[in-house]
Design a protein around this ligand. Structure first.
Ligand code: SAH
Length: 226
């Protein structure tokens, strides 16, 4: 019998993924579409084989280049905040800053019409492309660049999500948000200080509103590409 790596066996099986989803639910994730997407994406494909047995723990894990795959709960929480309870409406056009291994991009691609994801480390983007190959995702474009500049050629975006923490939100990102759109990013609560929290920004016809959510711990947003 052949079992594809995406399908998984034992601690990478559908049952293990279902248990992860139940834990997310117990921790307060309510958006069924987000839970379903996270139940579908095989997270073990996005970490080294040596870490596959830990792929469905609710924890960040190393992915090389001193970066991490985000904690499932935080991925779910951020996407749930972007969707704002609009259960039947897909996310539209989404920009992700920090592709990393590509996991969150794969989850987003199931909930959005189009996803653009920018990564500054070329080696990680190569890894992400190879991780994603087996999943054959048609509505995801990956770009090598500095996400602090956003992606002017594809703007405006209905949703923007950052997987790296900035001291201060780059102005380009706010300006590339569509009216009616939402942006979520980990930010330093005070620039220069250690504490980070999720910041949710909404753009309406009359301007921007800002809301601080949970405290978090993300890798830093760095300038330039390598
Ligand atoms: N989205 C990933 C998490 C990646 S960790 C997941 O699904 O788990 C955050 C990523 O942001 C790292 O890969 C890091 O290299 C990247 N990053 C940091 N600063 C960046 C920038 N200015 N532009 C694009 N990517 C950046």
């Amino acid at each position: 019998m052949t079992v594809s790596r995406a399908h998984g066996i034992g601690f990478t099986s559908q049952r293990t993924r279902d248990r992860m989803v139940e834990r997310l639910r117990a921790k307060g994730i309510r958006d069924e579409a987000v839970l379903a997407a996270m139940g579908e994406v095989p997270r073990h494909l996005f970490v080294d084989e040596a870490l596959a047995s830990r792929a469905y723990e609710d924890t960040a894990l190393p992915i090389g280049f001193e970066q991490t795959i985000s904690q499932p709960f935080v991925v779910a929480l951020m996407i749930q905040a972007l969707r704002a309870g609009r259960n039947d409406v897909p996310l539209g056009k989404v920009l992700e800053i920090g592709t990393g291994c590509g996991y969150q991009a794969a989850v987003l691609s199931r909930l959005a019409k189009e996803v653009y994801s920018i990564e500054r480390i070329g080696g990680l983007l190569t890894k992400a492309r190879s991780n994603l190959r087996e999943l054959r995702i048609a509505n995801l474009r990956m770009v090598h660049g500095d996400g602090a500049n956003g992606l002017p050629e594809a703007a405006p975006f209905d949703a923007i999500i950052s997987a790296a923490a900035a001291q201060v939100l780059p102005v380009a990102l706010k300006s590339q948000l569509a009216v009616g759109g939402r942006l979520i990013a980990p930010l330093h609560v005070s620039a220069g200080g250690p504490d980070q929290a999720l910041c949710l920004i909404e753009r309406s016809a009359s301007g921007f509103s800002e809301q601080w959510l949970d405290p978090v711990r993300f890798v830093p947003l760095r300038a330039g590409k390598q």
